[in-house]
Design a protein around this ligand. Sequence first.
Ligand SMILES: NC(=O)c1ccc[n+]([C@@H]2O[C@H](COP(=O)([O-])OP(=O)(O)OC[C@H]3O[C@@H](n4cnc5c(N)ncnc54)[C@H](OP(=O)(O)O)[C@@H]3O)[C@@H](O)[C@H]2O)c1
Length: 308
Amino acid sequence: MIFGAMSLGGEWDRNALTMDDINKSFVAIETAIDAGITRFDHANIYKFGKSEEVFGYYLSDHKNLRDSIEIQSKVGINIPFDGGNNFYDYRYDHVVGEVDKILHRLQTEYLDVLLLHRPDALIERKEFKRTIDHLFDSGKVRGLGVSNMSTSHIGLLEQYSERKIVANQLEMGLHKRDWVESGLLFNHIDHKELSVEQGTVEFCMLNDIELQAWSPLAQGIYSGRSLENADSATKNTARLVEKLAKEKLVSKEAIVLAWLMRHPANIAPVIGSSNPDRIRLCTQARDVVMTHREWYELMICARGVQLP
Ligand SMILES: NC(=O)c1ccc[n+]([C@@H]2O[C@H](COP(=O)([O-])OP(=O)(O)OC[C@H]3O[C@@H](n4cnc5c(N)ncnc54)[C@H](OP(=O)(O)O)[C@@H]3O)[C@@H](O)[C@H]2O)c1
């Protein structure tokens, strides 16, 4: 389980961190650590850098912590200061400059893993290799991963960089099932509607690439968020999640996360809550034993249609 740090650092604005932002973020980080979470997911863009900045304050107050945790962050989404459109960017100056800023904000010497946030259509082989070589050779980055990328992207970037990609972070959950349905619906007409290509999960499993699930709680729609405008599949799934949680004496969050973790790919959910109670409820997922049949029941309920 990975703690998603996007929720840290207050509002999505370029204002300075407030004492309230810092206090709330510290409580969330501390709760995660007390609950045994040792991996933290950042991105240079989260809260325009404030998520990393506040995490850096925490690290600086807890100097012994760095060696016992893993920190990953992401680059590649270029948000121009002049307010122009965001674009994707793995040019040397942008990536190296952003990694330096990340390390400065986080108050750390290195990232355990650098994730490339989204694919860039204009990536250049030589420049990319030079960039990644610099980051590894200087000790600023110890592992390379991707996010929102296909098997072809991974193959290309491994060839360009001559480094192994260790992780792929995708939106995965009961609400976003393309990653698993693309396999289950192979050779079926519904397959063409899916946004994750068939074989992505199997490729990652075969090549020892960790799958990390972003938005694994589906923002709470199956575990307590208001369902006023939800469709019947979502309402039925929330009911089923509640029933299973009661039977297994765990939280609803635990059932939602356990559905992902039950898959043999060893998926690591990146939980996005900053609410201390909810963080603790999430960690109950480790104790859930979910049967084969329960796993399918949840998936079929969430899709609202039988499997072929
Ligand atoms: N690679 C990418 O492109 C990408 C994209 C998005 C996110 N991420 C990563 O993934 C992490 C998780 O993403 P996420 O935050 O979208 O996912 P999430 O874990 O599915 O959702 C967390 C959000 O849902 C709220 N929530 C959960 N249960 C709730 C309930 N019962 N009632 C009301 N609100 C509820 C949480 O509020 P509370 O804080 O109040 O609990 C929090 O705002 C992020 O922190 C980030 O690290 C990566």
